[in-house]
Write a protein that binds this ligand. Sequence first.
Ligand code: ADP
Length: 277
Amino acid sequence: YLPGTGKQEHGPSRPDFILVAIHDLTENRRVERMRSDFVANASHELRTPLASLTGFIETLQGPARNDPDAQARFLEIMLDQASRMRRLIDDILSLSRIELKAHIRPEATADLKEVVMHTADAMTPLARDMNMEIKCSVPDQPATVTGDRDELIQVTENLVENALKYGSDGKHVDIVISLDSTEPDRQSWDLAVRDYGDGIAPEHLPRLTERFYRADIESSRAMKGTGLGLAIVKHILNRHRARLEVDSTPGQGSTFKVKFPNTGGKAFEAGKIGGTR
Ligand code: ADP
């Protein structure tokens, strides 16, 4: 039936084709929902240190106006809160930058050995401050994967930073690269970061990579966490068709292992190499 003409479908002005547009609104709504949840959570996380800063400014203007000792103490806390806000903003920006690229597969190659050595060098001062040590074990042969070196450094740094934060004082953190050949047609390069800290209770494991999720809120706040580190790791790994496995024993420590498809440095071909689970 042609609108406005009054003519029936089988009349002389019958259209040659009809365009039917079917749009999947469910996926759109899910993404929209995730985005608005993220904005709400991010605003909430930023509001807490901001409220604390405002409170201290008011105290400095009023009751503590003539108290130099209190002023010194409050300024220190304020600096801490401002640093927390900066960390949150840095992580939020990192996550949104990576999300923009989420569907693009990296084409360059990276040597995991170089990534690990660079990370260990960069994190050694932090380890020393925490009275810990970083030990690396890498194979003789090159461990080449298809990937973006800087993003892989960010993954390794986030995992090592967590291992140092939640690891045990005075102990070490291990970074180990190995080739997993148990499935010959699905070889993978494994990059494992192990700590000997308190570990993670099993009920938290499935949710660790959710944004702002913290297994132990008190200890992760004390450890200056934002709850975004592992969400960033997960997004980068999705781009690399790599997957994260977590193995943790409460009281003994945790191992975060990344499995990279062994592409021999070739670019990804749709549906052929590896896969994200
Ligand atoms: P955060 O910035 O809080 O460390 P992450 O996203 O990096 O956030 O990690 C999420 C949560 O997972 C942490 O708050 C912590 O509770 C837990 N976690 C991560 N790594 C470890 C680890 N190596 N040992 C124990 N708990 C960990």
